[in-house]
Design a protein. Structure first.
Length: 574
């Protein structure tokens, strides 16, 4: 009688095992696959190391081989049959795939023989961007007309691709727009057409036609190609862009491949809205006779506290990346009037919240000879004017509608709420502070509580008059209540604070006392303090985080989606 040995503790289910007593298998299923049941074959099993035994029994009994039970044989036989069927299917599929691959290889070899040439009798094509719809430039052949449409030459990358039996539909993109292109006839029989991949760059010539009734395409038109060439092939298979940046990829993978994510419709739309918002801010500031200046990014003073400074060696001296350009903007007021800048600012906060970045675009402004109410009125006017200008561009408005279908222009006037009233509101709504206790005057309202309050109120809020102890040294105190400053945070639903501003101390003695109170050496700030020495004036300003503004407009979960290549704790690539 042939005996097959299975030791569940030390056996092996691999070619090194033979089923002999000296080289047993690990599982009964594997043993059955290697040695089919037959007359005179027995399967002996044991657990040589873990099988429990009676404490009075002979220890050697653990090493005894026992025939497999009927229930174990039945279960193993069922599993064995399932595995055989699965293996047979896999083998059948592999054979079929091999046959298909060989057939495709032959088809592609034949396709290499198909050579297309541009018809010299056709009109010379007009080169256009994909978003050009001007009828004076591009005429369309309509379904009911035989009048030729404009023959054009377009260049772009394959954004979408759909192949049917005799037709290939391509959505081309060039960063300006999208255009549906149709390949038919000999064009689809070429090797280039049969091996097209997403992101391949092409030049396509053809006639522009209106989309047939009940059909849809970008701008309701399509290009019927008569000639095309491949400019740059894009990787396919395992290296295809849809594999590198799959829609369900984890956030770190998407960040590592940000250069490819930017090719997607969502990411590119956010960047286009960003550009439009920046244009709108500049137009708004210019309309208010404000001059753009460019302050330095390398500084030797702090604005928002030393704990968030990025320090570096500057020719043997200590220097920092700027936290804010505010102090420099203030020095411009006497000679340049009201000023603004759009520059990067840097904060070394080890914070991973969805609204913090280590480098962000800071839109800052300073205004001379104003009151605190003037500052609030100006902020409201700027924000609303920027929104109006941004939405005035139909393409940008369409992008915002796509990104944030529920976006509504905020109504004016914005809600104005003093800090003390906000503390009372948080207490009444049982929203605790960071320690889990009821808020009280003097608390620095935490991000979560602030955002929850803003979301419940669900409208823009000017939160004003913060306690001096939790605000920056340069903020002017309220003459009516010296405990608080003439300061403001602009809060937006879904994001929280997007703007921080205040009136600035304009009295020399008061500013010197503020330095002393903060334990700051006033010497490095001599150029800032001098503004109070040579014709001081009541003035104020603010800083707006562009990425937070965009997160609000475009309904993005995190500000990281609102900049080209985000920099935050632990991320400085690509």
């Amino acid at each position: 009688m042939a005996s097959i040995y299975i030791d569940e503790d030390v056996g092996r289910d691999d070619p090194a095992a033979t089923g002999a007593e000296s080289a047993p298998y690990k599982t009964l299923v594997y043993a059955l696959l290697q040695h089919a049941p037959g007359e005179g074959t027995q399967y002996l099993t044991r657990k040589s190391q873990t099988e429990p035994t009676d404490k009075d029994a002979d220890p050697a009994s653990k090493l005894e081989w026992k025939p497999a039970t009927k229930s174990a044989m039945k279960k193993a036989t069922t599993l064995c049959e399932q595995r055989k069927k699965k293996a047979a299917k896999e083998q059948e599929l592999a054979i079929r795939e091999k046959q298909e691959a060989e057939k495709r290889k032959l088809v592609l070899e034949e396709a290499k023989k198909v050579v297309i040439k541009e018809d010299p009798s056709l009109p010379k094509p007009v080169k256009i961007r994909l978003d050009v719809t001007d009828p004076e430039v591009v005429t369309l052949r309509t379904p009911e007309s035989e009048t030729p449409g404009t023959r054009v030459r377009v260049l772009g990358r394959v954004h979408r691709l759909r192949a049917q039996k005799d037709v290939i539909f391509i959505t081309l993109t060039d960063g300006y727009g999208y255009l549906q292109c149709i390949l038919a006839g000999d064009l689809v029989k070429t090797y280039d057409a049969m091996t097209l991949t997403l992101e391949t760059s092409l030049a396509i010539h053809g006639e522009m036609r209106a989309v047939p009734p009940k059909q849809h395409a970008p701008n309701d038109r399509e290009l019927h190609a008569d000639f095309f060439t491949v400019i740059g092939r894009a990787a396919g298979d395992k290296e295809a862009i849809t594999t590198r940046v799959a829609h369900d990829a984890d956030p770190q993978t998407l960040m590592d491949n940000r250069h490819l994510v930017l090719r997607g419709e969502t990411a590119s739309s956010v960047m286009k809205v960003r550009a439009a918002v920046l244009r709108a801010f500049r137009k708004t500031f210019e309309a208010n006779r404000m001059l753009e200046v460019t302050p330095p990014a390398m500084v030797q003073t702090q604005v928002e506290g030393g704990s968030t400074l990025f320090g570096f060696d500057y020719y043997g001296e200590n220097a920092y990346l700027t936290q804010s350009s505010q102090l420099y903007l203030e020095t411009c007021l006497p000679s340049l009037g009201d000023v603004f800048c759009i520059c990067p600012s840097f904060r070394a906060e080890k914070s991973l919240t969805r609204r913090h970045l280590s480098e962000y675009t800071h839109i800052e402004a300073e205004l001379d000879f104003i009151t605190f109410d003037d500052l609030l009125d100006h902020l409201e006017e700027v924000i609303c004017r920027v929104i109006d200008l941004t939405l005035a561009d139909p393409a940008v408005a369409s992008a915002i509608k796509h990104l944030n279908p529920d976006f509504k222009v905020p109504s004016r006037p914005f809600k104005r709420m003093r800090y003390s009233d906000a503390i009372q509101w948080l207490v009444e709504h049982e929203i605790p502070n960071e320690e889990g206790n009821p808020h009280q005057f003097g608390d620095d309202i935490a991000e979560a509580a602030e955002r929850r309050m803003t979301d419940i109120i669900n409208q823009p809020i000017f939160l004003t008059h913060f306690p001096a102890e939790i605000k920056a040294f340069y903020m002017k105190k309220d003459p009516q209540d010296r405990r608080v400053t003439e300061s403001v945070d602009v809060l937006m639903p879904g994001v929280g604070e997007i703007v921080g501003g205040s009136m600035r101390m304009d009295d020399w003695d008061e500013l010197m006392a503020a330095y002393q109170h903060e334990g700051m050496d006033p010497k490095p700030y001599y150029w800032y303090t001098d503004q109070r020495k040579y014709g001081t004036s009541p003035h104020g300003g603010y800083g707006l985080g562009l990425e937070r503004f965009l997160a609000w407009m475009c309904a993005r979960y995190t500000v990281r989606e609102c900049c080209l290549y985000p920099r935050f704790t632990g991320r400085c690539t690509p």
